[in-house]
Design a protein. Structure first.
Length: 221
């Protein structure tokens, strides 16, 4: 299973794709995500992939969780890599983390029951007041293209993710149904200034081009 993951993503993203994604995430960290993650926080990236987010982030402790064997080779200095299932973070105790981040991951799980188990495990490892930051393709805005990836199994929208989080002990702090475009893959316009321009033009640019949701939730006591 793990070797199959490695082959799938190696086929999907070539070296040029990965390099561009790292540029994009460096910008997103500086312009967007740093506001929810403090330098003293303990941060986990769930479904870290090629570590673009966690390598960009600044935090006291940084952990990447992914079953893809290639993840470890892309982790930057100081990033802990754990090849464990997202619904079994038993290497962490209750309340050990301040922030859990995940991007384009939950839809790859085999079922909504699996999504529920992950949310419950995230809540367990977060301290009270800890933040769960979730990004993903919005099936409401991508009814056909959502299924173009072979490993998309669970249809999720901002609304369904918010409902699940509320039921499982989270409060909602920020919800955007339209945050970023669907994917950077296949775009010939790989210029950093375009990413800066898109972010500077929000919310108008997101209203026109955004196909991914962003949810920032907080663990209730």
């Amino acid at each position: 299973m793990n070797d199959e993951l490695e082959r799938l993503y190696a086929n999907r993203f070539d070296e040029r794709d990965r390099a561009w994604k790292q540029v994009v995430w460096n910008i997103l960290w500086r312009k967007v995500f740093h506001q929810w993650i403090r330098q003293q926080d303990r941060l986990l990236d769930l479904g870290a992939g090629y570590c673009e987010f966690i390598n960009s982030a600044t935090a006291r402790r940084r952990i990447a969780v992914d079953l893809n064997p290639a993840t470890a080779s892309f982790a930057g200095a100081g990033v802990e890599v754990r090849a464990v299932s997202a619904d079994d973070l038993s290497f962490l105790g209750a309340g050990d983390l301040d922030v859990v981040f995940t991007s384009n991951f939950l839809e790859h799980l085999p079922s909504k029951e699996a999504v529920t188990r992950v949310i419950e495990e995230v809540r367990r490892v977060l301290a009270v007041g800890g933040r769960f930051i979730v990004m993903g393709p919005n099936v409401r805005l991508l009814p056909g293209a959502y299924w173009d990836y072979f490993d998309h199994h669970v249809p999720l929208s901002d609304r369904s993710v918010c409902e699940a989080l509320l039921v499982h002990g989270f409060s909602l702090r920020k919800v955007e149904s339209r945050f970023l475009p669907y994917t950077v893959k296949g775009s010939g316009l790989r210029w950093p200034w375009l990413v800066h321009a898109y972010l500077a033009a929000r919310p108008l640019s997101s209203a026109i081009l955004g196909k991914q949701f962003l949810v920032v939730a907080e663990k209730r006591s």
